[in-house]
Design a protein around this ligand. Structure first.
Ligand code: LMR
Length: 402
């Protein structure tokens, strides 16, 4: 069985981290995977998270299984984060949530549920999108299509083309939207554009699936849900994949959730029963620790206030890195216009660096960037900025864009 197996290619994002770890260069910088770094280049455990963990350690009495869909307190906290606790969707019990191992797990549960409900379901992804999106939906056996999204020339959304493509979708097709901090481009829809997308979704009878992995990293926790909320119209259906990897720094605790919004409570429960079948067939029931941290922090006013400050600090630091990066490139005499990076939000920007330039940065300077040119701005720090920008200036001068 195994003698003739040829290796699969490394993952375009996590494979970079594997290579980065092997690299002996002391100046190496990993701007590949979306992980936040502080001024010392560390990925800290948030103080609110640490405190919640201490409480949990003391209070924990058993390690028995969680319910298939996860604890009710966690699921309620997730819904309050997305919609606000008073939203009609929450009050009317039109939403059902299941805890999932990370945003990826939530997306896979969405995909498996959609495949159970209709194996012919087609899924529309933005062009470009997170490279794992197509893999997740294809692994569930679903057909994947793309709608135009990024206009590289103007660093904006090709909005008319996007709407045209969605107008051509078939009723029942699923449209994956990035709730905020579009990965990989850093370019989001405006609120007006969200409304227009919501109109097409309603007219064409499409199902939106919002990948909500960066809440709090664009403008603020409530502000970042505003786009998604334009889709929450009376009776409207949608799915949301939440992740707490970034805003709680819980990367390795794999903490996320799938929320299904249906027309009424009975329909939401019926869909949840299929989500539970998908959960059972994949990982049986969710891991405890990450979800318990999230519900402990969100359920305690003091810890919550502390956490909100920590999210604000991370967001502001990323924005500082954006400005410093653009300034330092200018100081290094780089002619190419990178000013758009300072105007974008979230962890990522599409730098415009070409694959050969990305390769030169890796080979000559041990700077790791995703092949598409996506850079993780949240991975930059003051101490490495000079080295990073000198390297980019050198590569831009030496290696022509192909
Ligand atoms: C990223 O895009 O870098 C993150 O979402 C991490 C991942 O799993 O790829």
């Amino acid at each position: 069985m195994f003698q003739t197996v040829t290796p699969a290619p490394p993952d375009s994002i996590l494979g970079l981290t594997e290579a980065f770890k092997q690299d002996p260069n002391p100046h190496k910088i990993n701007l590949g995977v979306g992980v936040y770094k502080d001024a010392s280049g560390n990925t800290p455990i948030l103080a609110s998270v640490k405190q919640a963990e201490e409480r949990l350690l003391k209070a924990e009495k058993s390690k028995t299984y969680l319910p298939i869909e996860g604890p009710a307190a966690y699921n309620a906290a997730v819904q309050a984060m997305i919609f606000g606790a008073q939203h009609e969707i929450v009050a009317g019990k039109r939403a059902a949530t299941a805890q999932a191992p990370g945003g990826t797990g939530a997306l896979r549960m969405a995909a498996d549920t959609l495949a159970r409900l209709n194996p012919q379901t087609r899924v529309w992804l933005s062009d470009p999108t997170w490279p794992n999106h197509p893999s997740i939906f294809q692994a569930a056996g679903l057909a994947v299509l793309t709608y135009p999204y990024f206009d590289a020339k103007h660093n904006s959304v090709k909005f008319d083309a996007m709407l045209d493509a969605l107008r051509g979708a078939q009723p029942g097709d699923v449209v994956v939207l990035h709730g905020c901090c579009h990965n990989p481009t850093g370019v989001d829809l405006t609120l007006e554009q969200w409304h227009a997308v919501g109109d097409v979704i309603a007219e064409r009878n499409l199902l939106p699936l919002v990948d909500f992995a960066y809440q709090g990293f664009a403008e603020g926790l409530a502000e970042d849900a505003a786009g998604l909320l334009t889709l929450c119209r009376p009776g409207a259906e949608l799915m949301i994949a939440s992740s707490f990897s970034k805003n709680f720094g819980l990367y390795n605790e794999r903490t996320g959730a799938l929320t299904v919004v249906a027309g009424d409570a009975a329909a939401a429960d019926a869909v949840l029963s299929h989500v539970k079948v998908a959960v059972r067939a994949n990982f049986s029931n969710p891991p405890f620790h990450g979800g318990a941290i999230v519900s402990t922090v969100l359920g305690d006013p003091t810890l919550r206030a502390q956490w909100e400050q920590e999210v604000t600090a991370m967001r502001e630091r990323i924005n500082t890195m954006r400005s410093l990066f653009v300034e330092t490139l200018n100081e290094k005499g780089v002619q190419q216009d990178f000013s758009f990076i300072a105007r974008q939000r979230g962890m990522f920007s599409f730098s415009g660096l070409t694959p050969t330039q990305v390769k030169a940065l890796r080979d000559d300077y041990a700077i790791y960037i995703v092949g598409s040119g996506r850079i993780n701005v949240a991975g930059m720090s003051e101490s490495s900025m000079d080295y990073l920008c000198s390297a980019i200036a050198d590569v831009l001068a030496r290696v022509p864009a192909e």
